[in-house]
Design a binder for this molecule. Structure first.
Ligand code: ATP
Length: 307
């Protein structure tokens, strides 16, 4: 096998709490991350010419060692002592610098893809250890599903899969730097922390009513002060039938959980046509248990057919 195609899925935060700040400036987080089905497509190919080459479908996105996938490939090849050349093609759909972990997910897909291409048989845990050196969200993007993330985001506890939910993503036409949001955050001044422990219980009970009405993100106040249109988008989503709506990560993307794909699509039209938002996507939450069940079934069928 010389080439492999992978889906690099984005994420939303169902909760995001900052519980402290370390001497080195990093923040201690407690957050529940949820993989979504909106994905970039990553194609990784072995090449005869040595080195790492990158292409993507956005004119302004780096295609050199500034692309996070370069760092992932470099790390993998170095750890594995592999000298073969690599070509990475990225088709981006996940909005960039939007609080959806698009870059981290691309990096995760490259690690997973290279592990398969070179049959290196690293465990998921070993790939996650490589990933954390590239970015705090990369281990989550390798693990995927519904996960409690603590530490700087790298201490992960998998949670039971939630049933698939309809998600609308609407990104205002602005860019927000994650670093500037955390810089503006004063941890002692946080007024309202999400109740992460109760939220985890609600996930275990599959209490969708609680899950949609008790989301919380302590970074919202900071980013909304800089960009008040985020609050408008949230209110519009609720007005158009969302069961809950919140900013993801450090923003500026707002997501809404809708009772049906139809209602999410209607709201999407409004944000595109009436508000002029360029990046609006209807998607759904990724159900890891369903995916693993399907894989088990395929493996069984394959075994049976080859008997
Ligand atoms: P997070 O939710 O983890 O904070 P994000 O959605 O805020 O992530 P990304 O989309 O990962 O942010 O992009 C952050 C920065 O990384 C951008 O400024 C972008 O130029 C750079 N970058 C490098 N490589 C990539 C990539 N493959 N995809 C997206 N951004 C990339």
């Amino acid at each position: 096998m010389d080439t492999i195609v992978l889906k690099a899925r984005g994420k939303i935060n169902l909760t995001l709490d900052v519980v402290g700040k370390r001497d080195n400036g990093y923040h201690d987080l407690r957050m529940i991350m949820q993989t979504i089905n909106l994905h970039d497509t990553i194609t990784v190919t072995k090449t005869k010419t040595p080195g790492i080459r990158i292409n993507n479908n956005l004119a302004w996105l780096p295609k050199d060692d500034k692309n996070i996938t370069y760092k992932a490939a470099e790390k993998f090849l170095e750890v594995s002592n592999i000298k073969t050349g690599i070509y990475i093609d990225i088709f981006k759909r996940i909005p960039v610098a939007a609080g959806l972990a698009g870059g981290s997910s691309d990096a995760a897909a490259v690690l997973v893809g290279l592990n398969k291409l070179f049959s290196t048989h690293y465990s998921k845990h070993q790939l996650m250890e490589m990933g954390v050196e590239i970015g705090a969200d990369v281990p989550f993007c390798i693990l995927r599903g519904t996960v409690l993330a603590e530490g700087i985001g790298e201490v992960l506890t998998p949670l039971p899969s939630l049933p698939s939910m309809h998600i609308l993503l609407a990104k205002p036409n602005i860019s927000v730097s994650t670093a500037s949001v955390y810089k503006a955050l004063s941890v002692p001044d946080i007024q309202l922390h999400p109740d992460t422990d109760n939220y985890v219980d609600a996930i275990k009970k599959k209490d969708i009513e609680y899950l949609t009405t008790h989301m919380g993100n302590v970074l919202e106040d900071v980013t909304i002060q800089l960009h008040p249109q985020i609050e408008d988008i949230k209110q519009d989503m609720l007005r158009m039938g969302a069961l809950g709506s919140m900013m993801s990560g450090s923003g500026p993307t707002v997501f809404g959980i809708f009772p049906s794909k139809y209602e999410a699509a209607l709201a999407a039209e409004y944000f595109k046509n009436k508000c002029g938002l360029r990046e609006v996507h209807v998607t759904s939450t990724f159900c890891k248990a369903k995916r693993e069940g399907k894989r088990r079934h395929e493996r069984k069928r394959h075994k049976h057919e080859n008997k």
